[in-house]
Write a protein that binds this ligand. Structure first.
Ligand SMILES: Nc1nc2c(ncn2[C@@H]2O[C@H](COP(=O)(O)OP(=O)(O)OP(=O)(O)O)[C@@H](O)[C@H]2O)c(=O)[nH]1
Ligand SMILES: [Mg+2]
Ligand SMILES: [Zn+2]
Length: 387
C-alpha cells in the first residue's frame, strides 16, 4: 500500500497486447475500486525500481515494461507522472471520443489530441483515461494536432458503473444538475436519488432541475418539490418552452462548472439552447409510444457560458449503475435516515428485513417518505434503473 499523501514514486508499467481479466468483487452493486497507487491491486502496474525491460509473460504474451516516475496521491488514488514539461502546455478537454480529444489551451486555441499510450495504461479503464472536463498537459504537434502527455488529478467526477467498469462521464465539475422532466418522459424519483448519490460520491454538489413544467399542473409537483427541498437540495422548476424558471437556472450556473445529467429526452440540450441562444445543440422529440428519448446528444461536450462558467451537456443515461458504493454506505447518502440508523436494534442493520429497525418504523410513521425508502431498497437489492 502506498503511503498517504504526496510522495515521489516509481511505478513499473507493463504494456500488453491483451489486458488480462480485471479483478472484481462478487458484489453486483459495487466494485471495490482502488487507485493506481495501490500496488497490489493495480493491473499491469508494479512499484519496482527496475529498468525498462522486455520479457515473455507466463502465457507467452510479449510484455514490455517501463518504469514511470511520478507522485502518487493516495487520497484521490491518482498517479501524477513526471513528464518533460518544456514542450508542453496546459489545456482543458472539451470532449473526448475514443482515442481522440478536443483540447483547448489557455489562449482559447483548440487542438485535436491523441493520448500517449502510457496515459491510457496508467488509467484503470482505457475509456475513462481522458474525459471531458479533464485538465491535461499536452504537446502541440502543429497548429491543429497534439498529444496528451498527462491528465492532472481530478478534483471531482461523475461516474457510473457500466459493464462492471467505472465509466467516468465528466470530471472537475462543481455541481451536477440532475435534469428530470415533469412528463414525457415521466418523472422518476428513484433516478434522482441515484444521481444524488453519484454526485456526492464523486465530490460534486447536486441541483435538481425539473423541466417541462408547462406539461403539467404545478400542483402535482408540490410533493416532490417539498420533499427534496426539505432534504436540503435546491430544486428548480423550469420550462424551456415557456421560459419559466430560466432566470433562476441561469443564476445557479453563473461562474460555476456544471454538468447536465439525466435521461434522454428530458430536455438537457433544449435548456442549454434556451440559456444560450445560438448554441445550436441538437435536440429531438421524445418517441410517442415508448416515452423514450432518442439519444440525440452523443457525447459529453463542454460549453463555455457567456455569463461565466461551463456546462457539460451529456448524452441521456439509460442505466445509472452506482460505482464504488458499498451496501453499508448507502444509508449514509439518505440524509433523513441518519437520526434513526443509530437507534436500530442491530448495529449492522441494513434496514431491509431486520426486526427492531427504526428506519422502517420511521417510514410507517411517515417521518421518512415511502418514495425515498423504495429507492433505498432498489439500490440495496442491486436493481438497475431502466430508462
Ligand atoms: N413541452 C416541453 N418540451 C420540451 C421542453 N424542453 C425540451 N422539450 C422537448 O423535449 C424533447 C427532447 O429534448 P432534448 O433537449 O433533445 O433532450 P435531451 O435531454 O438533450 O436528450 P438526449 O440528448 O437524448 O439525452 C424535444 O422535442 C424538446 O423540444 C419543455 O420545457 N417543455
Ligand atoms: Mg441532448
Ligand atoms: Zn434498521
Amino acid at each position: 500500500m502506498a503511503k498517504r499523501g504526496q510522495n515521489k514514486q516509481k511505478q513499473r508499467v507493463a504494456f500488453r497486447k491483451n489486458r488480462g481479466k480485471r479483478s472484481r468483487s462478487d458484489n453486483d452493486l459495487t466494485r471495490k475500486s482502488s487507485g493506481i497507487s495501490d500496488a497490489d491491486d493495480a493491473e499491469g502496474a508494479r512499484v519496482e525500481d527496475l529498468p525498462s525491460a522486455e520479457r515473455l509473460s507466463g502465457k507467452g504474451d510479449l510484455t514490455r515494461s517501463r518504469t514511470i516516475i511520478g507522485e502518487a496521491d493516495a487520497a484521490s488514488g491518482t498517479f501524477r507522472m513526471e513528464v518533460n514539461e518544456t514542450n508542453c502546455q496546459q489545456g482543458r478537454v472539451l470532449s473526448a471520443t475514443g482515442l481522440n480529444s478536443i483540447v483547448q489551451n489557455e489562449l482559447g486555441q483548440r487542438f485535436e489530441c491523441t493520448v500517449r499510450r502510457v496515459v491510457r495504461t496508467m488509467s484503470r479503464d482505457g475509456r475513462s483515461a481522458v474525459v471531458a472536463g479533464d485538465i491535461v498537459l499536452f504537446q502541440k504537434l502543429d497548429e491543429q494536432y497534439g498529444v496528451i502527455e498527462r491528465v492532472e488529478p481530478r478534483h471531482s467526477t461523475l461516474s457510473r458503473g457500466s459493464k462492471r467498469h467505472e465509466h467516468v462521464i465528466v470530471s472537475n465539475v462543481d455541481q451536477v444538475v440532475i435534469v428530470m422532466s415533469a412528463a414525457d418522459p415521466a418523472l422518476k424519483p428513484s433516478l434522482i436519488d441515484r444521481f444524488l448519490i453519484s454526485a456526492a460520491k464523486g465530490g460534486a454538489e447536486a441541483l435538481i432541475c425539473i423541466n417541462k413544467a408547462d406539461l403539467i399542473d404545478p400542483v402535482e409537483l408540490q410533493p416532490i418539490l417539498g420533499l427534496y427541498g426539505q432534504l436540503g437540495y435546491q430544486v428548480v422548476l423550469t420550462s424551456a418552452e415557456s421560459g419559466a424558471g430560466m432566470t433562476l437556472l441561469r443564476n445557479l450556473l453563473k461562474g460555476r462548472q456544471s454538468v447536465f445529467a439525466g435521461q434522454s429526452g428530458v430536455g438537457k440540450s433544449t435548456l442549454l439552447n434556451a440559456i444560450q441562444p445560438g448554441l445550436g445543440q441538437r435536440t429531438a422529440e421524445v418517441s410517442g409510444w415508448t416515452q423514450k428519448g432518442r439519444h440525440t446528444t452523443r457525447r459529453a461536450v463542454l460549453i463555455a457560458l457567456e455569463f461565466g462558467g461551463w456546462v457539460v451537456d451529456t448524452p441521456g443515461i439509460r442505466q445509472l449503475g452506482l460505482w464504488d458504493v458499498l451496501p453499508e454506505e448507502v444509508e449514509g447518502y439518505f440524509v433523513e435516515f441518519r437520526p434513526f440508523v443509530a437507534l436500530c436494534r442491530f448495529p449492522d442493520c441494513s434496514h431491509t428485513h431486520e426486526s427492531g429497525c427504526r428506519v422502517k418504523l420511521a417510514v410507517s410513521d411517515t417521518l421518512i417518505t415511502r418514495t425515498r425508502y423504495h429507492s433505498y431498497l432498489r439500490i440495496m437489492s442491486g436493481q438497475e434503473e431502466d430508462e
